[in-house]
Design a protein around this ligand. Structure first.
Ligand SMILES: *Cc1c(COP(=O)(O)O)cnc(C)c1O
Length: 209
């Protein structure tokens, strides 16, 4: 991975022994997509692991997730952002989050539209979300073999990121991460300006669901 690009080892569905192998090889950031599974794994791993939550998050799971999570990549609604803020305030924590931007053609992918992000960015003060630290954006490309399509979606995410970073979020020095790229598309994502890749299969092999 080029310097400046962080690796999130996506360990969902893999047993602790496999996570420990990666840990022993020096990996410290692990990504999980189900709250229950993450919460079970946390006490079984060394305390210096940074746990990132990357899956679709329901508001009724936020309370359980917050104490151990160091970044939530998948904030895809205002309601969820406000719920995270409220729970974070309750336990006296500031939670790092990324806002998920919808750039894929697939309708079923989650995330904010560019317009919605603009609104959130310009209204963060009014939203009073002082217990969340908005650290950047997360994007997922369409699941396709069409590399040109994937590249154009990542390029669009990057353009939106730069636009917000130098515009509505310019007063927020934490707004510096662009999480994009998975096993099949991370080289394209890194080319297009990703600062954080989320890789599971290439590290751990196929998942057994
Ligand atoms: C599972 C998952 C990944 C990792 O996918 P791989 O193809 O195994 O690398 C990355 N991001 C999200 C949001 C995921 O759910």
């Amino acid at each position: 991975m080029p310097p400046g690009v962080k690796l999130v080892a996506v360990s969902k569905f893999h047993p602790i022994e496999r996570l420990m192998q990666a840990y022993d090889a020096g990996q410290r950031i692990f990504g999980e997509s189900r709250v229950q599974e993450m919460v079970q794994k946390v006490p079984l791993m060394p305390a210096d692991v940074e746990w990132h939550f990357i899956g679709h998050l329901q508001t009724n799971k936020v309370r359980q997730l917050l104490p151990n999570v160091s970044m939530i990549h998948s904030v895809d609604s205002l309601k969820l952002l406000q719920c995270i803020n409220k729970e974070a305030a309750r336990i006296g924590k500031i939670v790092n989050v990324l806002l998920q931007v919808h750039v894929a053609q697939e309708q079923e992918k989650f995330g904010f539209s560019v317009d919605e992000l603009e609104q959130i960015a310009s209204g963060t003060d009014d939203l009073a979300v002082s217990n969340v630290r908005i650290c950047g954006l997360m994007a997922m490309a369409t699941n396709t073999d069409d590399e040109a399509e994937i590249r154009s979606e990542f390029a669009r995410a990057h353009a939106v990121f730069e636009h917000l970073k130098h515009g509505a979020f310019s007063g927020n020095s934490s707004f510096c991460e662009l999480s994009m790229g998975m096993s099949d598309d991370y080289p394209i994502a890194v080319d297009e300006g990703s600062t954080m890749v989320r890789i599971g299969t290439t590290i751990f092999g196929e998942r057994e669901y």
